[in-house]
Design a protein around this ligand. Sequence first.
Ligand code: SAH
Ligand code: SF4
Ligand code: F3S
Length: 440
Amino acid sequence: MKKVYFETYGCQMNKYDSELVAGILKSSGYEETHEAAESDLILINTCSVREHAETRVFGRLDALRALKSQRPELIIGVLGCMAVRLKETISERKPFVNFTVGPDNYRALPEILSKLGRNGSDGSLSLADVDNYEVYGELFPAHSDGVSAWVAVMRGCNNFCSYCIVPYVRGRERSRRISDIINEVKKLAALNYREIILLGQNVNSYQDGGADFADLIRKVADVDGIERVRFATSHPKDLSIKLIKAIAEHPIICKHIHLPVQSGSDKILKQMNRNYSRRHYLELVQTIREQISDVGLYTDIIVGFPGENEHDYQNTVDLVKNVEFDGSFIFKYSPREGTAATKFTETVSETEKVERLKNLNKIQDQITLKRNLALIGKTVTILVEGPSKKAKPNQYMGRTETNKIVVFNSQKPPKNGFVDVTIIDAKSHTLFGSLVHNKN
Ligand code: SAH
Ligand code: SF4
Ligand code: F3S
């Protein structure tokens, strides 16, 4: 067996895609390794969403070049969104990269690898064409170990938010068939995965025949052995009441919604082409909270969008304080060539962007802490993922239904599964729990 090493940047969809590629390569004789140094093939699965993500990959490629000079037969390939956007740049600036393959062309990888084998490893191949129909419907990815697995339900995006590169690198929105999704989920259940995270850029546009995402998620939640289902992401312009009701009613569907707001200013939302107003967003949050008690609500925000003045920014701050999200992922605007927003002149300096980012992060951290402190004394069920990241002896971590991380002590390793803990302490990013009893 040859060995393949993956390094993945970007969103959960990209992480899922690496598992998909690992599955495709398994059938052509590759097994996965976690050591770049011992691999025959290195695959960097890349992200183009912000400039920083791309710069990191270029830096990383330079570092990998050293491995390649020691072992010229080593093959390095670039996958993912940068393969579509920057294939020429990569082949010019990093000629030691053997191939670039885009998100819609992974089925061709075995063939590309065998071509490289025949021509020696000094070829430079590229296959990075957006294919508006590819959904990898029937394929079963080599899911990484654990209790929780990602499952893509749709690919691409039609929303064209003015700042965003995704529709250009991932193509048009298309849904995978319900039968293919359910097959994957059943196999995962048989492999002892307990939680499924359904992925799509905008799950509320999911469609298969007459079925929408709310129908799909109920079907996934009904699969025997699956005990939790989550999803990402919902667009505020079309999160349906039907889906909100499914979350409220179905015990297996987690009370956890990721609802990117991007900005609290109507002027900026319009320029972002988001197609909803601040008021619509706030009303939606109110509906969600009325329907789903104790829901975990998370968002994405961009600061420093062209034309965002102090007043617009304060509108975002005000919205964040008003909604009191459980968490916000806040980004500095990064212009992406070819997107509509590049025709707006940038008005916010880098210093100001950094300032707004830091300030908003601080505000969100205080809110998160406040919401976490309110949980002290409560008993919650968590799905145990394994030893805590900081790996103190006898310390383990898991997540609540609302996606909060809880760290707890246990004498013996809890069998991966559900445990009840009473929350005894809280920090902004972590809760600390004391074990009540093991449900399994
Ligand atoms: N499809 C998902 C997420 C897409 S990318 C959705 O629509 O919710 C994840 C996040 O990156 C976005 O929500 C946005 O906040 C941020 N983002 C996208 N393009 C960006 C850019 N050009 N600059 C800074 N942040 C960006
Ligand atoms: Fe990008 Fe907007 Fe599509 Fe999300 S909905 S992927 S932010 S274009
Ligand atoms: Fe995901 Fe980045 Fe591509 S966020 S869709 S990997 S541009």
